[in-house]
Design a protein around this ligand. Structure first.
Ligand SMILES: Cc1cc2nc3c(=O)[nH]c(=O)nc-3n(C[C@H](O)[C@H](O)[C@H](O)COP(=O)(O)OP(=O)(O)OC[C@H]3O[C@@H](n4cnc5c(N)ncnc54)[C@H](O)[C@@H]3O)c2cc1C
Length: 506
C-alpha cells in the first residue's frame, strides 16, 4: 500500500531540554507544523538516561530549569535526576507537546535535497521531509567506553554510568569504577557503603569543591508559589554570581589560585593519609577541567573498602583489572564513568549536506558552526548546544534558550523572505565567528590550565566551551544576520531582485 509522503515545516530531533525547549518555542511562535523525533520511549534526554545512584545536577535547580517554566517545587538546591526528569515530563504536558512527539523514532540519516530545498529524513519509524531541521541530540548523550584490551572476555558485569543496570545488585560485590569525572564522583559515595570493595581508576584527579546542597524548606516553596517574583529573583541571583565568576575562567585564570586553596581544604578535611592526599591532588589549574562539587566524595574515598589507583585502566585479564601503573585487582563488575562522544558529535555522521558530504566529514578537522548553530553547506539545519556553546560554570539551559531565540528568528527570516527558501551559512561567516571564538579561547583556563579535558578535540582544539559570559552569547544569538547567510531558492524558481541583492546561490 502506498503511503502519502509526510512533510513538516520543522523536524526537531531529541526530547531533552533542547528539543522540548525548541518545541515550546515553536508553539509560542505560532508554528504547529512540527514534530519531535526521539529515539527513546520517553522525554528527558540526559535526565532519562542517567539514572545512576546519586545522579543530580551540579548547577542549582532554580537556574538549571527553563526561565519560561519556573518550578516553585524544587525539593533541593541541587535536585536529583528523578525530579529533573519529572520536571521535563511536566513541561511536555503543560505546554501540550505530546501530540508532536514521535517516540522510538531514531533519525538514521538526513539528506539535503537541493532540488526541493528540504531535508529528507530517514528514521527507524519511517521517512519524512522537513523545511528545517533543529538538531537537539545532546552534547552528552552517546556514552563512550574506552577500547580496553580484554574487555570482551571479562566474565563479570560491565556497564556505563549513563546506562545503569538496575537489575544488577552491587551489594557485597568487588567493583571497579573507571573514571573520576562528574558522574563518577556522584556514584562513588552512593555505592561505597554497599559494595565489598571499590577500586577507583583515576587517570587525572579532579578538583572538588564542597557541595552546598540542602532541602528547600516548605516555607521557601510556599513563598515561591505565592509570589512567583521570588523564584525569578532567586534565579537572577544564581545567574548573576556565575556571570561574574566566569571572567576568572575566561580572562584571569591566575585569580583561580584562591579557589584551589578552598578545594584543597575540602580534601584535607576528609583525607588524612598524606599518600592518598598526594594521589588526589591535581597538578593543573582549577577550572581547566570541570570543577566538581561534592561533600561526600572524599569521605567515601577515605573508607577502608576503597582503593584509589592513580592510573587509568589499561588492560583486563579474566576478572583482573590492570591499571597503567601495574596495579591489579580482581573484580565482579566494572562501571565506566568515562563520559560521552562530545567532540565527535555522533549525529554529524548522519547529516548529508548540499555537496553530498556528511557533517562529520566537513568537521573532520574539528567542529565549527556559525554562532554555535549552523554549518556551511547544511542549509536550514541548526543544532542546539552546537560547537562552542558549552559552559564550564553555569547552566546549559541559559545557552539553550539563547539558541532558541536564534532558531525563532531564523524561522521568522524565512517567513519574511517568503516562498520556498533556505539559508546557508556562508563559509566566510563561519570562519570569522570561529576565528573570534578561538582567539578568545587562547587565554582561558580551559586552554592554558595545563590539563587535557573532554572540552578539547583530537587536535587539542577547544570546540565545546563558550569563552565568554552567557549575556554575550545571548546578544550574539538574538537575531539572525542575513549577511552571514546565502539565500537559496529552488533551481528553477525565478529570482526576485530582493534575493539577488542577498546573493542567490542554488
Ligand atoms: C549526568 C549529567 C549531569 C549533568 N548535569 C548538568 C548540570 O548540572 N548543569 C548543566 O548545565 N548541564 C548538565 N549536564 C549537561 C546536559 O547534558 C545538558 O544540561 C542538557 O541536559 C542537554 O540537553 P539536550 O536536550 O541538549 O540533550 P540531551 O538531554 O542529551 O537530549 C538529547 C536527546 O536526543 C535524543 N537523540 C540523540 N540522537 C538521536 C537520534 N539520532 N534520533 C532521535 N533522537 C536522538 C536522545 O535520546 C535524547 O533524548 C549534565 C549531563 C550529564 C550527562
Amino acid at each position: 500500500m502506498a503511503h502519502e509522503h509526510e512533510h513538516v515545516r520543522v523536524a526537531v530531533i531529541g526530547s531533552g531540554f533542547g528539543g522540548l525547549g525548541a518545541a515550546v518555542r515553536l508553539r509560542r511562535e505560532g508554528i504547529t507544523d512540527f514534530i519531535v523525533l526521539e529515539r527513546a520511549d520517553s522525554v528527558g534526554g540526559t535526565w532519562r538516561d542517567n539514572s545512576y545512584p546519586g545522579c543530580a545536577c551540579d548547577v542549582p535547580s532554580h537556574l538549571y530549569s527553563f526561565s519560561f517554566a519556573p518550578n516553585p517545587e524544587w525539593p533541593r538546591t541541587f535536585s536529583g535526576q528523578r525530579h529533573i526528569r519529572a520536571y521535563l515530563e511536566h513541561v511536555a504536558d503543560v505546554f501540550r507537546l505530546r501530540p508532536h512527539i514521535r517516540f522510538d523514532s531514531e533519525v538514521k540519516k538526513m539528506t539535503w535535497n537541493t532540488e526541493l530545498l528540504r531535508w529528507d529524513i530517514e528514521t527507524t519509524a519511517g521517512n519524512l521531509s522537513a523545511d528545517v531541521v533543529v538538531s537537539a541530540t545532546g552534547p552528552l548523550s552517546d556514552p563512550k567506553i574506552p577500547d580496553i584490551p580484554g574487555l570482551e572476555s571479562f566474565p563479570g558485569k560491565v556497564f556505563h554510568s549513563a546506562r545503569w543496570d538496575h537489575d544488577y545488585d552491587l551489594a557485597g560485590k568487588r567493583v571497579a569504577m573507571v573514571g573520576t569525572g562528574a558522574s563518577a564522583i556522584q556514584i562513588v559515595p552512593s555505592i561505597q557503603p554497599e559494595v565489598s570493595r571499590l577500586t577507583v581508576f583515576q587517570r587525572t584527579p579532579p578538583w572538588v569543591m564542597p557541595r552546598v546542597d540542602r532541602a528547600i524548606s516548605g516555607a521557601e516553596r510556599s513563598l515561591h508559589r505565592a509570589l512567583p517574583v521570588t523564584t525569578r529573583l532567586r534565579r537572577g541571583l544564581l545567574w548573576g554570581i556565575r556571570e561574574l565568576q566566569v571572567q576568572a575562567f575566561t580572562k584571569h585564570p591566575g585569580e583561580l589560585g584562591f579557589v584551589e586553596q578552598l578545594a584543597k581544604r575540602n580534601m584535607a578535611r576528609a583525607i588524612k593519609d598524606p599518600a592518598l592526599r598526594a594521589k588526589l591532588t591535581p597538578d593543573y589549574r582549577i577550572g581547566c577541567k570541570r570543577i566538581l562539587l561534592s561533600s561526600t566524595y572524599y569521605p567515601a574515598l577515605a573508607q577502608d573498602n576503597v582503593d584509589v589507583v592513580a592510573g587509568g585502566l589499561s588492560e583486563i585479564r579474566g576478572s583482573t583489572v590492570v591499571a597503567a601503573d601495574g596495579t591489579e585487582a580482581e573484580v565482579d563488575a566494572i562501571i565506566f564513568g568515562t563520559g560521552f562522544h562530545v567532540t565527535d558529535m555522533p549525529i554529524a555522521e548522519r547529516v548529508v549536506g548540499a555537496d553530498g558530504r556528511t557533517l562529520a566529514e566537513t568537521w573532520k578537522d574539528g567542529m565549527a558552526a556559525l554562532r554555535g548553530a549552523s554549518a556551511a553547506g547544511f542549509p536550514n539545519w541548526m543544532t542546539i548546544i552546537g560547537p562552542n556553546t558549552g559552559l564550564g560554570n553555569s547552566s546549559m539551559i541559559l545557552m539553550i534558550e539563547s539558541q532558541l531565540n536564534y532558531m525563532a528568528d531564523y524561522l521568522r527570516q524565512l517567513d519574511v523572505l517568503g516562498g520556498r527558501v533556505a539559508l546557508d551559512a556562508r563559509p566566510s561567516a563561519v570562519n570569522a565567528w570561529n576565528r573570534k571564538v578561538q582567539e578568545r579561547m587562547k587565554r582561558t583556563v580551559w586552554n592554558t590550565g595545563g590539563c587535557t579535558s573532554w572540552y578539547l578535540d583530537a587536535n587539542g582544539r577547544n570546540t565545546t566551551v563558550w569563552p565568554g559570559t552567557t549575556t554575550e552569547f545571548r546578544r550574539a544569538t538574538r537575531q539572525v544576520d542575513l549577511a552571514e547567510y546565502a539565500v537559496l531558492r529552488p533551481p528553477a524558481a525565478k529570482v526576485s531582485p530582493v534575493d539577488e541583492a542577498a546573493e542567490v546561490t542554488a
